[in-house]
Design a protein around this ligand. Structure first.
Ligand SMILES: Cc1ncc(COP(=O)(O)O)c(C=O)c1O
Length: 404
């Protein structure tokens, strides 16, 4: 593609394809094929359900169909339902909110901490009511939310702390892996995630009773000690397959190396971009001792650049050879929140009128580079930096590109 801003694209180097795989995945898939245990409860799943919590430092792990039903399952296992409130951010994937509604509870949106685009503890605390049963911070892009504050709030206010760690495999808060800092943590293995099986998810917890309940809910209401055809509560089939576990195990063994590579690229990008006028980088909170960087988030200010929207910058970056995306719109403004089914479950809701200034700003300004860009070598990252420099220094051309 010809650069929108004229000349050759600033970056001509490619980035590694995502997801990565190798001989270990091939061997694992062949093991499953030969075992004929293709469904759940197979040997690869059993191994993964001990290796993943061992890596995270958690006592129990339940694999599950995806990160969406993982959240629903945690909420149901905690008996959260109609009449209950769960505080969540509005800058996240829609599943964080729909999981709450699907179990019949009400999502209450709190604003963001603009330094990290994660849930703001102060606004979370302001939004706690007698109906609040849980708070659910999301470690967006792999950046840990302020878990010191969320642990304090959860224990002082007697509410459950659930971590949506769908984007944060391997991120750490003060040396402890996220997902293990609350009552339960949820992970996704969807295609774009830092560990991928195409689809898939996992729940981790240290609470044995909760783990049993989670097992039961994900398994059509069976009980571990019950009859195979005994179903003890209303539930559905949320099981993951052995194929997925076979693909996830080698990815777990590669995760730390990939995190180290993404951390290097993050530092290189932040060091260069923080000095550019019109850009704000997300500085590292020193308490985040490891960040997996599911995405590289950065803020561009349309007003300062004189453009109508950040999409203009995204298009220009892509034309310069840098994959980029505009990311989320505020969840509560999604059409689904006015749909009849939601109105039936939550007739008094008025999500669209919730005011979240920091979230609105994040949606106006934050753009993303996907994680495979961060797996590029330092020359490829230099190409990304050149692309940002070019876009930021061609403001007239950038504005003109909006007219085309
Ligand atoms: C923050 C967040 N929560 C939940 C999910 C849901 O995960 P899945 O796509 O596996 O259902 C995702 C994945 O897209 C996510 O990014």
């Amino acid at each position: 593609m010809l650069a929108i801003l004229g000349g050759e694209p600033a970056n001509t180097r490619g980035f590694p394809s995502w997801p990565t795989y190798g001989a270990a995945e091939r061997r694992g898939l062949m093991r499953v094929l030969r075992s004929r245990v293709w469904g759940t409860l197979g040997p690869e799943t059993k191994r993964f359900e001990s290796e993943f919590p061992a890596y995270l430092g958690s006592a129990h792990c339940q694999t599950i169909a995806n990160g969406t039903v993982a959240l629903e399952t945690i909420l149901r296992a905690l008996d959260i339902g109609p009449g209950d409130e769960v505080i969540i951010p509005a800058y996240t994937f829609v599943a964080t909110a729909t999981a709450v509604i699907i179990v019949g509870a009400t999502p209450v949106f709190a604003d963001l901490d603009p330094r990290s685009n994660t849930l703001d503890p102060a606004d979370t605390e302001r939004k706690i009511t007698s109906k609040t049963r849980a708070i659910m911070p999301v470690h967006i892009a792999g950046i840990p939310a302020d878990m010191d504050e969320f642990q304090r709030i959860a224990s002082e206010r007697g509410v459950a702390l659930i971590e949506d760690a769908a984007q944060a495999h391997g991120s750490e808060w003060r040396g402890t892996k996220v997902g293990t800092l609350g009552v339960a943590g949820s992970f996704s293995f969807q295609l774009s995630k830092n560990m991928s099986a195409g689809e898939g998810g996992a729940i981790v917890t240290d609470d044995e009773d909760l783990a049993d309940r989670i097992w039961s809910i994900h398994h059509i209401g069976r009980r571990k000690e019950g009859l195979w055809y005994g179903h003890y509560e209303l539930s559905s089939n949320y099981r993951m397959t052995d194929w997925q576990a076979a693909v996830l195990r080698p990815q777990l063994s590669r995760l730390d190396r990939q995190i180290a590579a993404r951390e290097r690229s993050f530092d290189q990008l932040n060091a260069a971009l923080h000095a550019m006028d019109g850009i704000t980088v997300f500085e590292r909170d020193e308490r985040a001792t490891s960040i997996t960087h599911h995405l590289y988030m950065v803020r561009v200010e349309p007003e300062a650049l004189g453009v109508r929207s950040k999409e203009t910058v995204v298009r220009a970056l892509e034309a310069e050879g840098v994959p980029a995306s505009a990311g989320y719109v505020e969840i509560q403004k999604q059409p689904l929140f006015t749909d009849a089914t939601v109105k039936r479950v939550l007739p008094d809701s008025a999500f669209e009128s919730v005011s979240l200034p920091a979230t609105e700003q994040a949606c106006r300004e934050t753009i993303w580079l996907p994680q495979n860009v961060l797996l590029g070598d330092s020359r490829a990252i230099q190409g990304v930096i050149r692309a940002f420099e070019k876009v930021m220094s061609h403001r007239d051309e950038l504005r003109e590109s909006e007219q085309r």
